[in-house]
Design a protein around this ligand. Sequence first.
Ligand code: ADP
Ligand code: MG
Length: 692
Amino acid sequence: MNHPVPELFGSMVFGDAAMKERLPKAVYQSLQQTIREGSPLDPAVADVVANAMKDWALSKGATHFTHWFQPMTGITAEKHDSFLTPADGGAALMEFSGKELIKGEPDASSFPSGGLRATFEARGYTAWDPTSYAFIKDDTLCIPTAFCSYTGEVLDKKTPLLRSMDAISREACRLLKLLGKDCKRVTTTVGPEQEYFLINKEDYAKRRDLILTGRTLFGAPAPKGQELEDHYFGTIRPRVKAFMDDLDQELWKVGVYAKTEHNEVAPAQHEMAPIFETTNIATDHNQLTMELMRKVADRHGFVCLLHEKPFDGVNGSGKHNNWSISTDSGENLLDPGKTPAENRQFLLFLTAVIKAVDEYQDLLRISVASAGNDHRLGANEAPPAILSVFVGDELGGILHAIEEGRDYAAAEATKMTGASVLPPISKDTTDRNRTSPFAFTGNKFEFRMLGSAMNIACANIMLNTAVAESLRQFADELEQADDLAAASALLIKREITAHKRILFNGNGYDDAWVTEAEARGLSNLRSTPEALPHYTDQKNVDLFVRHGVYTPAEMASRQEIQLEEYAKTLAIEALTMVDMIRRDILPACVSYVHELSDTAASKQTIGVDNTTEVTLARTLSAATADLLTHVTALENALHCVPDTDAAGTAMYYHDAVLAAMEAARADADKLESMVPKTRWPMPTYSDLLFYV
Ligand code: ADP
Ligand code: MG
């Protein structure tokens, strides 16, 4: 607990320091080359690395190893094997071979594959990702791996992410070469800010909705919400502080650069922001962060809720995906420098991103589509379901000047350098910019539509590939040019003009924006079942096939899995709701009506005025009858799920089941305010959100 941070940091990671110390120089260099340049791994080094890794792990007290992977369930999967190998005379040795390091064969039949692999073809492979360091968790050496089927189709989120990183690297290097830069590898970097709620374990245990669905399906608003805005960045309560300190320590041990911990907008809501890293590592680390948040919360008597909308009426939780691109020499390609108007490289990359977001709005929307996030997109403090790009006034001015074919005016230039101590491009600190779903923030873009529970791989696969496609087109065009300067200027002007409709600096939460966006021809895919069918639109299939990120079959399977997941999530929620209404809420209401009626009857026999009891019993009886009507309607909706394709089923759940759930919930929430606290069968929003 009390180790100095530098000593603690990465102490459970087989990282660069451990490799340098434990690997022969040649092996170390070969592995480094793979890590740095993404070149294939030399199989000869695997045995040596495996052995060194095992010795290191044993010295840290590990007994098992696992291939740690990210199947399409959204969580991480692991199957533990011990290092134990029988030796002569009934003895045991601890062994770990290169083969075991490089490849695993978990049974793939129980992971979702969307029809890619029949259950009888159960074989699946995991393959080591040497670019993400192995680490120890729970006395187990975890080896980050990719997961694919026997026939080679990918069954996970990591493989396409790595492929998309290759694609953007390839195309960016081509463009940089034209600009006179010899660059072997370009990487995208990500810093995901993670929001979450902490509630008391005892309260959680009393709510089957939280246990089974991750969110409250009932709950009248607490008398106090977030209207006083007294929680954001507020003083952190001691118990929460202890949790955060413990979480930092755990994250540091496994090499996650946890940097900022603070209270968020909603009561009981908090955030952790790490320092950015290469995208696949940031993805692994975010998965690990979510897991550790849950685990550490438990030690402190809390439950960590990662659902996008655990509570109605207060903010939901998102994940801000801060994203940039940098070269192998560490140059940030989205850094505008002091004079962005003259920075051709910056303008080309900026234009590439703007074009990508405009052309693949639907894909970016789909990358953040889930039943949970549907409660959040477009709601309070969250970005709307419409994609737009915020570049700020300064950059906006430059792009406008380019579009109009004039020099960037001096007056505008002074505004930019108004105070010499300030950076030339102001960071987005203003309130209204918080509403942008995709905002330029100085030297990176912040994609804010992601839901808190999501694996960030999806969003980054879409982003990397879409930008790779812009860069490919730019490189193709400029490779043919005689005069690079003139050709780039022309290209930038043309593309900015073509895609300016996606640029929006105003308030994204304003209803007027929805109308304007429609007039601009921007897509507005409001719900998951509305968005997902567009995943396999021809232009999207063409994109992924061209860049070798997905095959058409892989895309169809992913679409199917996500549609099914949506329907299943809603089915579980609806069933949980029916169960809680029938077995908890209705009995509580009926028994209270009974008590009131008893009292009323007794009062009548002794000739005392019983108007109060009669009135209360009547109102409550009527409201209970409404709830019974609506829960019956919900049950009927569940009985009538049409036998159609995944898209049709998902849409039915959205239109019929979700609507029926909302009606039933409204009744239940009304009843909550009429039944004595002691008789209400579950902790209320006040209990959950304002514990001490
Ligand atoms: P801001 O004040 O603009 O929000 P911060 O410096 O607080 O910026 O960073 C917010 C998040 O963005 C952090 O997780 C940080 O590591 C990440 N970030 C900063 N620079 C980059 C970059 N070049 N690429 C990706 N993420 C970045
Ligand atoms: Mg934030």
